[in-house]
Ligand binder design. Sequence first.
Ligand code: GDP
Length: 436
Amino acid sequence: KPIVAIVGRPNVGKSTFFNYLAGRRISIIDDTPGVTRDRIYAESEWRGRKFTIIDTGGIEPNTDDYIKQQMIQQAHIAIDMAHVIIMLVDVKTGLTALDEEVANILRKADKPVLLAVNKVDNPGQPPADIYEFYNLGMGEIYPISSIHGLGIGELLDAVYEHFPSAEELSEDEDAIKVAVIGRPNVGKSSIINRILGEERVIVSDIPGTTRDAIDTHFEVNGKRYVFIDTAGIRRQSRVDDEIEKYSVLRSWAAVDRADVCLIMLDARDGVTEQDTRIAGYAHEQGKASIIVVNKWDLVEKQTGTLEEYRKKVGQDLEYMNYAPIVFVSAKTGQRVHRLFELIDYVFDQASLRIQTGVLNDVLNEAIAMVQPPSDKGKRLKIYYMTQTGIRPPSFVLFVNDAELMHYSYERYLKNTLRSNFGFEGTPIWFTVREKG
Ligand code: GDP
Protein backbone atom coordinates (compact mmCIF):
# COMPACT_ATOMS: atom_id res chain seq x y z
CA LYS A 1 0.00 0.00 0.00
CA PRO A 2 1.27 3.45 -0.83
CA ILE A 3 2.00 5.72 2.13
CA VAL A 4 0.95 9.39 2.03
CA ALA A 5 2.38 11.75 4.64
CA ILE A 6 0.90 15.06 5.72
CA VAL A 7 3.35 17.78 6.74
CA GLY A 8 2.51 21.25 7.98
CA ARG A 9 2.81 23.91 10.66
CA PRO A 10 0.65 23.67 13.79
CA ASN A 11 -2.92 24.88 13.23
CA VAL A 12 -2.93 24.69 9.46
CA GLY A 13 -5.53 21.95 9.81
CA LYS A 14 -3.57 18.72 9.55
CA SER A 15 -5.76 16.74 11.94
CA THR A 16 -8.96 17.95 10.33
CA PHE A 17 -7.61 16.94 6.95
CA PHE A 18 -6.36 13.63 8.33
CA ASN A 19 -9.67 12.86 10.01
CA TYR A 20 -11.56 13.72 6.86
CA LEU A 21 -9.53 11.16 4.91
CA ALA A 22 -9.50 8.59 7.70
CA GLY A 23 -13.23 8.90 8.21
CA ARG A 24 -13.79 7.32 4.85
CA ARG A 25 -11.95 4.16 5.70
CA ILE A 26 -13.64 0.89 6.42
CA SER A 27 -12.82 0.11 10.00
CA ILE A 28 -12.55 -3.29 11.57
CA ILE A 29 -14.44 -3.46 14.82
CA ASP A 30 -12.40 -5.19 17.46
CA ASP A 31 -12.30 -5.10 21.20
CA THR A 32 -8.55 -5.35 21.48
CA PRO A 33 -7.54 -3.44 24.57
CA GLY A 34 -5.03 -0.67 24.29
CA VAL A 35 -5.32 -0.01 20.61
CA THR A 36 -5.59 3.63 19.86
CA ARG A 37 -3.72 5.03 16.99
CA ASP A 38 -3.49 8.58 18.19
CA ARG A 39 -5.03 9.58 14.91
CA ILE A 40 -1.67 9.67 13.24
CA TYR A 41 -1.93 6.51 11.20
CA ALA A 42 -4.94 5.34 9.23
CA GLU A 43 -6.11 3.77 6.04
CA SER A 44 -7.99 5.53 3.29
CA GLU A 45 -9.03 4.83 -0.27
CA TRP A 46 -9.27 6.76 -3.50
CA ARG A 47 -10.44 5.47 -6.87
CA GLY A 48 -10.37 1.94 -5.54
CA ARG A 49 -6.80 2.10 -4.28
CA LYS A 50 -6.11 1.75 -0.61
CA PHE A 51 -3.39 3.86 0.90
CA THR A 52 -2.02 4.67 4.33
CA ILE A 53 -2.03 8.23 5.63
CA ILE A 54 0.28 9.43 8.35
CA ASP A 55 0.00 12.75 10.11
CA THR A 56 3.61 13.57 10.88
CA GLY A 57 2.43 16.53 12.97
CA GLY A 58 0.98 14.18 15.53
CA ILE A 59 4.44 12.97 16.44
CA GLU A 60 5.93 15.11 19.11
CA PRO A 61 9.64 15.03 19.54
CA ASN A 62 10.37 14.15 23.13
CA THR A 63 13.47 16.28 23.20
CA ASP A 64 12.68 19.86 22.26
CA ASP A 65 9.30 21.32 21.74
CA TYR A 66 10.36 23.99 19.36
CA ILE A 67 8.03 24.28 16.47
CA LYS A 68 10.80 24.68 13.99
CA GLN A 69 12.54 21.56 15.11
CA GLN A 70 9.28 19.69 15.01
CA MET A 71 8.69 20.83 11.45
CA ILE A 72 12.08 19.66 10.30
CA GLN A 73 11.46 16.38 12.03
CA GLN A 74 8.11 16.03 10.26
CA ALA A 75 9.69 16.66 6.91
CA HIS A 76 12.31 13.99 7.51
CA ILE A 77 9.82 11.41 8.67
CA ALA A 78 7.73 12.10 5.57
CA ILE A 79 10.72 11.82 3.26
CA ASP A 80 11.79 8.65 5.00
CA MET A 81 8.47 6.83 5.03
CA ALA A 82 6.11 8.19 2.41
CA HIS A 83 5.62 7.63 -1.30
CA VAL A 84 3.78 10.92 -1.69
CA ILE A 85 3.94 13.96 0.59
CA ILE A 86 1.19 16.54 1.05
CA MET A 87 2.42 19.81 2.44
CA LEU A 88 -0.39 21.72 4.03
CA VAL A 89 -0.38 25.51 4.35
CA ASP A 90 -2.97 27.97 5.60
CA VAL A 91 -4.46 30.69 3.40
CA LYS A 92 -5.61 32.63 6.46
CA THR A 93 -2.11 33.14 7.86
CA GLY A 94 -0.47 33.26 4.47
CA LEU A 95 3.03 32.19 3.58
CA THR A 96 5.45 32.05 6.51
CA ALA A 97 9.22 31.72 6.79
CA LEU A 98 8.70 28.31 8.31
CA ASP A 99 6.69 27.16 5.31
CA GLU A 100 9.59 28.18 3.12
CA GLU A 101 12.06 26.31 5.23
CA VAL A 102 10.04 23.12 5.15
CA ALA A 103 9.46 23.50 1.43
CA ASN A 104 13.22 23.75 0.95
CA ILE A 105 13.79 20.46 2.69
CA LEU A 106 10.98 18.70 0.87
CA ARG A 107 12.00 20.02 -2.55
CA LYS A 108 15.45 18.54 -2.20
CA ALA A 109 14.07 15.09 -1.50
CA ASP A 110 13.42 12.64 -4.24
CA LYS A 111 9.72 12.32 -3.42
CA PRO A 112 6.62 13.82 -5.02
CA VAL A 113 5.29 16.72 -2.93
CA LEU A 114 1.88 18.31 -3.43
CA LEU A 115 1.06 21.69 -1.94
CA ALA A 116 -2.43 21.98 -0.48
CA VAL A 117 -3.67 25.39 0.64
CA ASN A 118 -6.20 24.81 3.39
CA LYS A 119 -9.06 26.92 4.74
CA VAL A 120 -10.14 28.07 1.30
CA ASP A 121 -13.91 28.19 1.71
CA ASN A 122 -14.64 28.07 -1.98
CA PRO A 123 -11.88 26.16 -3.73
CA GLY A 124 -13.72 26.56 -7.05
CA GLN A 125 -13.06 30.30 -6.89
CA PRO A 126 -10.02 30.69 -4.67
CA PRO A 127 -9.08 34.14 -3.38
CA ALA A 128 -6.11 35.93 -4.90
CA ASP A 129 -4.26 35.30 -1.63
CA ILE A 130 -3.43 31.79 -2.65
CA TYR A 131 -1.12 32.87 -5.45
CA GLU A 132 1.69 33.85 -3.12
CA PHE A 133 2.11 30.15 -2.36
CA TYR A 134 3.47 29.65 -5.87
CA ASN A 135 6.60 31.29 -4.45
CA LEU A 136 7.34 28.05 -2.66
CA GLY A 137 8.27 26.63 -6.03
CA MET A 138 6.34 23.43 -5.59
CA GLY A 139 4.42 23.62 -8.83
CA GLU A 140 0.64 23.35 -8.89
CA ILE A 141 -1.25 24.34 -5.76
CA TYR A 142 -4.44 22.73 -4.53
CA PRO A 143 -6.92 24.92 -2.68
CA ILE A 144 -8.98 22.89 -0.21
CA SER A 145 -11.31 23.19 2.74
CA SER A 146 -10.71 20.35 5.15
CA ILE A 147 -13.65 21.28 7.35
CA HIS A 148 -16.11 21.23 4.46
CA GLY A 149 -14.35 18.50 2.53
CA LEU A 150 -13.98 20.67 -0.58
CA GLY A 151 -11.30 20.49 -3.24
CA ILE A 152 -10.01 17.25 -1.81
CA GLY A 153 -11.03 15.16 -4.82
CA GLU A 154 -8.74 17.17 -7.10
CA LEU A 155 -5.91 16.85 -4.60
CA LEU A 156 -6.36 13.10 -4.23
CA ASP A 157 -6.50 12.71 -8.00
CA ALA A 158 -3.05 14.28 -8.11
CA VAL A 159 -1.81 12.16 -5.21
CA TYR A 160 -3.12 9.09 -7.00
CA GLU A 161 -1.12 9.96 -10.11
CA HIS A 162 2.05 9.76 -8.04
CA PHE A 163 1.33 6.41 -6.41
CA PRO A 164 3.95 3.83 -7.28
CA SER A 165 2.50 1.25 -9.64
CA ALA A 166 1.30 -2.01 -8.16
CA GLU A 167 4.29 -3.53 -9.90
CA GLU A 168 6.75 -1.24 -8.15
CA LEU A 169 5.13 -1.99 -4.84
CA SER A 170 4.88 -5.67 -5.47
CA GLU A 171 6.82 -7.75 -3.09
CA ASP A 172 8.76 -10.92 -3.43
CA GLU A 173 5.77 -13.25 -3.36
CA ASP A 174 7.75 -16.38 -2.61
CA ALA A 175 9.45 -14.98 0.45
CA ILE A 176 7.88 -14.90 3.88
CA LYS A 177 7.75 -11.31 5.05
CA VAL A 178 8.69 -10.90 8.68
CA ALA A 179 8.28 -7.72 10.75
CA VAL A 180 10.43 -7.53 13.86
CA ILE A 181 8.59 -5.14 16.12
CA GLY A 182 8.88 -3.89 19.66
CA ARG A 183 9.93 -0.99 21.83
CA PRO A 184 13.34 0.60 21.42
CA ASN A 185 16.06 -1.43 23.16
CA VAL A 186 14.21 -4.72 23.41
CA GLY A 187 16.91 -6.14 21.13
CA LYS A 188 15.45 -5.97 17.64
CA SER A 189 18.68 -5.08 15.93
CA SER A 190 20.63 -7.56 18.07
CA ILE A 191 18.36 -10.42 17.08
CA ILE A 192 18.38 -9.45 13.42
CA ASN A 193 22.14 -9.17 13.36
CA ARG A 194 22.47 -12.45 15.22
CA ILE A 195 20.28 -14.20 12.65
CA LEU A 196 21.97 -12.63 9.64
CA GLY A 197 25.39 -13.35 11.12
CA GLU A 198 24.78 -17.08 11.22
CA GLU A 199 26.43 -19.05 8.49
CA ARG A 200 23.28 -20.91 7.50
CA VAL A 201 21.82 -17.58 6.50
CA ILE A 202 22.53 -16.19 3.06
CA VAL A 203 21.83 -12.50 2.77
CA SER A 204 20.99 -11.65 -0.81
CA ASP A 205 20.96 -8.28 -2.44
CA ILE A 206 17.94 -8.64 -4.64
CA PRO A 207 17.88 -5.43 -6.62
CA GLY A 208 14.48 -3.88 -6.45
CA THR A 209 12.46 -0.80 -6.00
CA THR A 210 13.44 2.02 -3.72
CA ARG A 211 11.18 0.74 -0.98
CA ASP A 212 13.05 -2.55 -1.11
CA ALA A 213 16.23 -0.88 0.04
CA ILE A 214 14.82 -0.75 3.53
CA ASP A 215 14.24 -4.50 3.61
CA THR A 216 16.70 -7.32 4.13
CA HIS A 217 16.32 -10.36 1.93
CA PHE A 218 17.85 -13.62 3.03
CA GLU A 219 17.68 -17.37 2.76
CA VAL A 220 17.67 -20.05 5.42
CA ASN A 221 17.82 -23.71 4.41
CA GLY A 222 16.80 -22.81 0.88
CA LYS A 223 13.75 -20.85 1.96
CA ARG A 224 13.41 -17.14 1.34
CA TYR A 225 12.54 -14.53 3.92
CA VAL A 226 12.45 -10.76 4.12
CA PHE A 227 12.92 -8.73 7.24
CA ILE A 228 10.74 -5.70 6.63
CA ASP A 229 11.99 -2.18 7.19
CA THR A 230 15.30 -2.99 8.74
CA ALA A 231 16.71 0.36 7.64
CA GLY A 232 16.03 2.07 10.94
CA ILE A 233 16.73 -1.04 12.94
CA ARG A 234 20.07 -2.10 11.54
CA ARG A 235 21.57 1.34 11.35
CA GLN A 236 24.04 1.86 14.11
CA SER A 237 23.21 5.40 15.09
CA ARG A 238 19.49 5.47 15.21
CA VAL A 239 18.85 9.13 15.72
CA ASP A 240 15.36 9.07 14.25
CA ASP A 241 14.28 6.08 16.22
CA GLU A 242 15.06 7.84 19.45
CA ILE A 243 11.64 9.26 19.15
CA GLU A 244 9.32 6.64 20.46
CA LYS A 245 6.21 7.53 18.60
CA TYR A 246 8.05 7.49 15.35
CA SER A 247 9.31 4.01 16.00
CA VAL A 248 5.76 2.92 16.73
CA LEU A 249 4.68 4.46 13.45
CA ARG A 250 7.33 2.48 11.61
CA SER A 251 6.23 -0.64 13.42
CA TRP A 252 2.69 -0.16 12.17
CA ALA A 253 3.83 0.31 8.59
CA ALA A 254 5.98 -2.82 8.88
CA VAL A 255 3.09 -4.83 10.32
CA ASP A 256 0.89 -3.81 7.40
CA ARG A 257 3.31 -5.43 4.96
CA ALA A 258 4.17 -8.49 7.03
CA ASP A 259 3.08 -12.11 6.86
CA VAL A 260 4.48 -12.88 10.28
CA CYS A 261 5.25 -10.51 13.16
CA LEU A 262 7.91 -11.18 15.74
CA ILE A 263 6.71 -9.24 18.74
CA MET A 264 9.75 -8.69 20.87
CA LEU A 265 9.68 -8.17 24.61
CA ASP A 266 12.47 -7.52 27.05
CA ALA A 267 12.44 -10.38 29.57
CA ARG A 268 13.33 -8.00 32.38
CA ASP A 269 10.32 -5.75 31.80
CA GLY A 270 7.55 -8.22 31.00
CA VAL A 271 4.66 -6.85 28.97
CA THR A 272 4.55 -3.04 29.10
CA GLU A 273 1.76 -0.81 27.92
CA GLN A 274 3.57 0.03 24.74
CA ASP A 275 4.14 -3.66 24.03
CA THR A 276 0.38 -4.12 24.33
CA ARG A 277 -0.21 -1.39 21.79
CA ILE A 278 2.26 -2.81 19.32
CA ALA A 279 0.97 -6.36 19.71
CA GLY A 280 -2.61 -5.11 19.55
CA TYR A 281 -1.99 -3.59 16.16
CA ALA A 282 -0.64 -6.87 14.74
CA HIS A 283 -3.69 -8.62 16.14
CA GLU A 284 -6.09 -6.04 14.75
CA GLN A 285 -4.53 -6.34 11.33
CA GLY A 286 -4.97 -10.11 11.34
CA LYS A 287 -1.29 -10.95 11.26
CA ALA A 288 0.27 -14.21 12.39
CA SER A 289 2.51 -13.49 15.35
CA ILE A 290 5.16 -14.98 17.56
CA ILE A 291 5.94 -13.48 20.93
CA VAL A 292 9.69 -13.39 21.39
CA VAL A 293 10.90 -12.84 24.92
CA ASN A 294 14.47 -11.63 24.50
CA LYS A 295 17.35 -11.20 26.98
CA TRP A 296 16.40 -14.47 28.63
CA ASP A 297 20.05 -14.76 29.68
CA LEU A 298 19.47 -11.92 32.13
CA VAL A 299 16.66 -13.62 34.00
CA GLU A 300 17.52 -15.55 37.12
CA LYS A 301 16.01 -18.96 36.77
CA GLN A 302 14.64 -21.56 39.08
CA THR A 303 12.54 -24.59 38.34
CA GLY A 304 9.34 -23.44 36.68
CA THR A 305 10.50 -19.91 35.93
CA LEU A 306 9.91 -20.31 32.21
CA GLU A 307 6.46 -21.81 32.56
CA GLU A 308 5.41 -19.16 35.02
CA TYR A 309 6.72 -16.44 32.76
CA ARG A 310 4.88 -17.97 29.84
CA LYS A 311 1.65 -17.96 31.80
CA LYS A 312 2.08 -14.33 32.80
CA VAL A 313 2.76 -13.16 29.25
CA GLY A 314 -0.23 -15.19 28.08
CA GLN A 315 -2.42 -13.37 30.59
CA ASP A 316 -1.07 -9.93 29.79
CA LEU A 317 -1.59 -10.47 26.08
CA GLU A 318 -4.81 -12.41 26.55
CA TYR A 319 -6.33 -11.46 23.20
CA MET A 320 -3.30 -13.04 21.54
CA ASN A 321 -3.51 -16.40 23.22
CA TYR A 322 -2.99 -18.06 19.84
CA ALA A 323 0.58 -16.78 19.53
CA PRO A 324 3.45 -19.09 20.48
CA ILE A 325 5.87 -17.65 23.03
CA VAL A 326 9.57 -18.30 22.68
CA PHE A 327 12.37 -17.37 25.06
CA VAL A 328 15.60 -16.33 23.40
CA SER A 329 18.83 -14.50 23.93
CA ALA A 330 20.21 -12.46 21.10
CA LYS A 331 23.40 -12.27 23.12
CA THR A 332 24.10 -15.99 23.58
CA GLY A 333 22.06 -17.14 20.59
CA GLN A 334 19.94 -19.40 22.75
CA ARG A 335 16.93 -20.76 20.81
CA VAL A 336 17.33 -18.16 18.07
CA HIS A 337 17.40 -20.95 15.45
CA ARG A 338 13.97 -22.03 16.71
CA LEU A 339 12.49 -18.86 15.30
CA PHE A 340 12.57 -20.13 11.74
CA GLU A 341 10.69 -23.32 12.51
CA LEU A 342 8.11 -21.15 14.24
CA ILE A 343 7.92 -18.58 11.44
CA ASP A 344 7.33 -21.36 8.89
CA TYR A 345 4.86 -23.00 11.20
CA VAL A 346 2.63 -20.01 11.95
CA PHE A 347 2.79 -18.95 8.29
CA ASP A 348 1.48 -22.37 7.27
CA GLN A 349 -1.14 -22.32 10.00
CA ALA A 350 -2.35 -18.90 8.86
CA SER A 351 -2.54 -20.24 5.30
CA LEU A 352 -4.70 -23.27 6.11
CA ARG A 353 -7.85 -23.82 4.11
CA ILE A 354 -10.60 -26.02 5.51
CA GLN A 355 -13.13 -27.64 3.20
CA THR A 356 -16.69 -26.49 3.72
CA GLY A 357 -17.94 -30.02 4.41
CA VAL A 358 -15.40 -30.69 7.14
CA LEU A 359 -15.93 -27.24 8.58
CA ASN A 360 -19.66 -27.71 8.91
CA ASP A 361 -19.31 -31.12 10.53
CA VAL A 362 -17.27 -29.41 13.22
CA LEU A 363 -19.76 -26.53 13.42
CA ASN A 364 -22.73 -28.82 13.87
CA GLU A 365 -20.95 -30.76 16.55
CA ALA A 366 -20.08 -27.52 18.36
CA ILE A 367 -23.70 -26.32 18.17
CA ALA A 368 -24.91 -29.64 19.55
CA MET A 369 -22.47 -29.37 22.46
CA VAL A 370 -23.21 -25.77 23.43
CA GLN A 371 -26.49 -24.18 22.46
CA PRO A 372 -26.23 -20.86 20.60
CA PRO A 373 -27.42 -17.82 22.56
CA SER A 374 -30.95 -16.50 22.47
CA ASP A 375 -32.62 -13.21 23.25
CA LYS A 376 -36.29 -12.45 23.98
CA GLY A 377 -37.30 -15.98 23.14
CA LYS A 378 -35.50 -15.98 19.81
CA ARG A 379 -32.57 -18.33 19.40
CA LEU A 380 -29.60 -17.86 17.12
CA LYS A 381 -29.53 -20.33 14.27
CA ILE A 382 -26.29 -20.86 12.41
CA TYR A 383 -27.11 -22.48 9.09
CA TYR A 384 -23.61 -23.05 7.86
CA MET A 385 -20.19 -21.48 7.54
CA THR A 386 -17.56 -21.24 4.86
CA GLN A 387 -13.96 -20.08 4.70
CA THR A 388 -13.50 -17.00 2.57
CA GLY A 389 -9.82 -16.32 2.97
CA ILE A 390 -6.44 -17.04 4.47
CA ARG A 391 -3.85 -14.95 6.31
CA PRO A 392 -5.81 -14.53 8.41
CA PRO A 393 -8.21 -17.46 8.10
CA SER A 394 -11.55 -15.76 7.54
CA PHE A 395 -15.00 -17.26 7.72
CA VAL A 396 -18.54 -16.23 6.98
CA LEU A 397 -21.29 -17.60 9.20
CA PHE A 398 -24.80 -17.57 7.80
CA VAL A 399 -27.39 -17.04 10.52
CA ASN A 400 -31.05 -16.20 11.05
CA ASP A 401 -30.38 -12.99 13.00
CA ALA A 402 -26.92 -11.44 13.30
CA GLU A 403 -27.92 -9.46 16.40
CA LEU A 404 -28.20 -12.67 18.34
CA MET A 405 -24.54 -13.55 17.87
CA HIS A 406 -22.61 -13.08 21.06
CA TYR A 407 -18.94 -12.32 21.56
CA SER A 408 -18.59 -15.24 23.92
CA TYR A 409 -20.23 -17.64 21.50
CA GLU A 410 -17.97 -16.44 18.70
CA ARG A 411 -15.02 -17.09 20.94
CA TYR A 412 -16.33 -20.58 21.69
CA LEU A 413 -16.61 -21.32 17.98
CA LYS A 414 -13.12 -19.96 17.30
CA ASN A 415 -11.71 -22.11 20.06
CA THR A 416 -13.48 -25.11 18.58
CA LEU A 417 -11.90 -24.38 15.20
CA ARG A 418 -8.52 -24.10 16.87
CA SER A 419 -8.82 -27.37 18.72
CA ASN A 420 -9.87 -29.14 15.50
CA PHE A 421 -7.65 -27.52 12.91
CA GLY A 422 -4.88 -25.63 14.73
CA PHE A 423 -4.61 -22.10 13.32
CA GLU A 424 -1.81 -21.63 15.79
CA GLY A 425 -0.21 -18.22 15.77
CA THR A 426 -2.94 -16.50 13.79
CA PRO A 427 -6.09 -14.56 14.57
CA ILE A 428 -9.31 -15.92 13.08
CA TRP A 429 -11.84 -13.55 11.55
CA PHE A 430 -15.58 -14.11 11.51
CA THR A 431 -18.21 -12.28 9.54
CA VAL A 432 -21.78 -12.93 10.55
CA ARG A 433 -24.31 -12.63 7.75
CA GLU A 434 -28.06 -13.03 7.72
CA LYS A 435 -29.63 -15.40 5.29
CA GLY A 436 -33.31 -14.92 4.54
P1 GDP B 1 16.56 -2.44 19.53
O1 GDP B 1 16.42 -1.00 19.83
O2 GDP B 1 15.28 -3.16 19.80
O3 GDP B 1 17.08 -2.73 18.17
O4 GDP B 1 17.60 -3.03 20.62
P2 GDP B 1 19.17 -3.37 20.46
O5 GDP B 1 19.33 -4.59 19.63
O6 GDP B 1 19.90 -2.16 20.05
O7 GDP B 1 19.54 -3.78 21.95
C1 GDP B 1 19.48 -2.88 23.03
C2 GDP B 1 20.50 -3.27 24.09
O8 GDP B 1 20.18 -4.56 24.66
C3 GDP B 1 21.90 -3.39 23.55
O9 GDP B 1 22.78 -2.88 24.52
C4 GDP B 1 22.10 -4.90 23.38
O10 GDP B 1 23.44 -5.29 23.51
C5 GDP B 1 21.28 -5.46 24.51
N1 GDP B 1 20.74 -6.81 24.21
C6 GDP B 1 20.00 -7.16 23.13
N2 GDP B 1 19.64 -8.46 23.21
C7 GDP B 1 20.18 -8.96 24.37
C8 GDP B 1 20.16 -10.24 25.00
O11 GDP B 1 19.57 -11.23 24.54
N3 GDP B 1 20.80 -10.35 26.20
C9 GDP B 1 21.44 -9.31 26.76
N4 GDP B 1 22.06 -9.51 27.91
N5 GDP B 1 21.48 -8.08 26.18
C10 GDP B 1 20.87 -7.89 24.99
